[in-house]
Write a protein that binds this ligand. Structure first.
Ligand SMILES: NC(=O)c1ccc[n+]([C@@H]2O[C@H](COP(=O)([O-])OP(=O)(O)OC[C@H]3O[C@@H](n4cnc5c(N)ncnc54)[C@H](OP(=O)(O)O)[C@@H]3O)[C@@H](O)[C@H]2O)c1
Length: 323
């Protein structure tokens, strides 16, 4: 089969089309014909091996390959059709349209993807195209996980910092569906997109520091690695919650102290990305409560251009690689 591969860490141009063996599913595995895969900030970070949060570097380098990438095919989030199933698989049958996560197995930049049948893979919502569906799992699962951890109540206020990216665009919609008043912080080019998704107030981070205006919130959900922890905690109302998807090591230590010794709670977490959460998103999508936004679709042969687009920070929605 053909796949977008890379054999050294570096700029987008290290990505190229290669010929690799088509995987054969074992008894409890499925083979998916990948129709679309999201190109994520995480993919770009693994390709270049440059991370906003520095402590990721060593454990990930050991996992991904010290000298060169051990897993030559990137891609963690996809939609597609079941091609074949292993002898013991009962959850899926050939022809089923599905979407989900490849976890740290990666591989969604290939024509075919072989995964265990118990991974977070569920039926694709009928109303979404394959491209729209591939844009759901990363942002949707992470946003849902953190918004549930925030225990948002109707009428509460939430600020989402870095709201215009993959996770933030879903967090805005999920927070609105929970009845919150939503303030978003991102670059001015994302303002219309975020207002269309339901944001009540917009702050342009290039002109204004959200921690300097004197406004306070019940919940702050932060996606930005260089965000100031102490000033953010000071912007919380009594019993406020601070959640961060991108914690520095020092913020993780301070989170424990904040939660232990103050009336505020600070949560850093890695979202579990569960089947139950993806099925909840399916229900929210079918009900019209959340939707994915696709910026551009690239053919696999244009993978380098797709990575450039993600790194340009100009995109309004998800970048998709399609067959
Ligand atoms: N904890 C977990 O389980 C988990 C899982 C997945 C991802 N993550 C991490 O979560 C982070 C967000 O992921 P994502 O995929 O949503 O990233 P993303 O798509 O790159 O979104 C980040 C957004 O933040 C904006 N931004 C940059 N600097 C900002 C600033 N100073 N203030 C406000 N907004 C700013 C960016 O805008 P510009 O376009 O202007 O740069 C972009 O719209 C990533 O760093 C990722 O590594 C964590």
């Amino acid at each position: 089969m053909k796949a977008v591969v890379y054999d050294r860490y570096g700029p987008p141009e290290v990505l190229h089309i290669g010929e690799v063996p088509t995987p054969v599913p074992k008894d409890h595995e499925i083979l998916v014909r990948v129709r679309s895969a999201e190109v994520t900030k995480g993919d770009c970070e693994m390709r270049s091996f440059r991370f906003a949060v520095k402590w990721f570097w060593l454990p990930l380098r050991i996992f991904m390959g010290i000298r060169r990438p051990r897993k030559p095919i990137l891609g963690g989030y996809f939609s597609g059709e079941i091609e074949t199933v292993g002898a013991a698989v009962t959850r899926f049958k050939p022809g089923d349209a599905v979407f989900g996560c490849a976890g740290m197995r990666l591989g969604a930049y290939g024509e075919y993807l072989c995964l265990p049948d118990d991974y977070t893979i569920v039926p694709k919502p009928g109303k979404l195209s394959f491209a729209e569906a591939a844009a759901v799992p990363l942002g949707g699962l992470n946003a849902l996980h953190f918004m549930r951890r925030a225990r948002l109540q109707p009428g509460e206020s939430v600020l989402i910092n870095g709201a215009g990216g993959s996770i933030g665009t879903f967090a805005v919609q999920i927070a609105k569906s929970m009845g919150a008043t939503v303030t978003v912080v991102d670059h001015t080019i994302k303002a219309d997109l975020l207002r269309n998704l339901g944001a009540d107030h917009f702050i342009d981070y290039t002109r204004e520091d959200f921690t300097a205006g004197g406004q306070t919130y019940d919940v702050i959900f932060n996606m930005v690695a260089r965000n100031n922890y102490a000033r953010s905690i000071a912007c919380l109302n009594p019993n406020g919650r601070y959640l961060t998807a991108n914690p520095k090591l020092s913020d993780m230590i301070r989170s424990v102290l904040t939660s232990r010794f103050t009336d505020k709670t600070a949560i850093f977490a890695f979202a579990g990305e569960t089947k139950e959460e993806l099925l909840s998103l399916n229900t929210m999508i079918e009900a019209g409560e959340v939707r994915s936004v696709v910026d551009r679709i690239y053919a696999r042969a244009q993978a380098a251009a797709a990575h450039h687009r993600v790194e340009s920070e100009q995109r309004l929605g998800a970048i998709i690689l399609a067959e």
